[in-house]
Design a protein around this ligand. Structure first.
Ligand code: FES
Length: 142
């Protein structure tokens, strides 16, 4: 796994939306490679037709890099506790888990750029706190 954590930190104030992670030629003998973006494993995948795409590849249970596990087509079973994913859809097939999310990917010449964040960032329970604050600050009806 390659790490770009330090490079991202150094750019602190002007985080780019995309980061160059690989070259097209890096995939001449492999279908999938993992990288680390801010300590989260992200995979670049090359389809047989030459199309590239990127996805989170850290197991949602405990962030295990799933590129280290054996694949059956697009399915992979995390060797730690057995959670199974379809990495193309992102769906976890045997647990009630959030899916692996896609990252945006752009091929610019020979270089492959990947978005720093997944396409859809999930807003966690902050909304619940906000709703609670609204309720307790609301004036009673007259
Ligand atoms: S870390 Fe993957 S199933 Fe537990």
């Amino acid at each position: 796994m390659s790490s770009y954590h330090g490079m991202i930190r150094a750019m602190n104030d002007s985080l780019p939306q995309f980061i160059k992670l690989a070259k097209v030629g890096d995939f001449s003998e492999t279908r999938i490679k993992s990288f680390s973006i801010v300590a989260k494993p992200v995979a670049i995948v090359k389809d047989p037709d030459g199309t590239f795409w990127a996805t989170e590849i850290g197991c949602k249970h405990n962030n295990f890099d799933l590129t280290c596990a054996p694949f059956k087509g697009d399915e992979v079973r995390c060797p730690r506790h057995g959670w199974i994913y379809n990495i193309r859809s992102g769906e976890c097939l045997n647990q009630n888990s959030a899916p692996l999310r896609r990252h945006l990917l752009e091929v610019r010449g020979e270089d492959i750029y990947v978005s720093l964040t997944p396409e859809s960032e999930v807003v966690e329970d902050d909304d619940d706190d906000w709703a609670f604050e609204v309720q307790i600050n609301r004036k009673p009806a007259e």
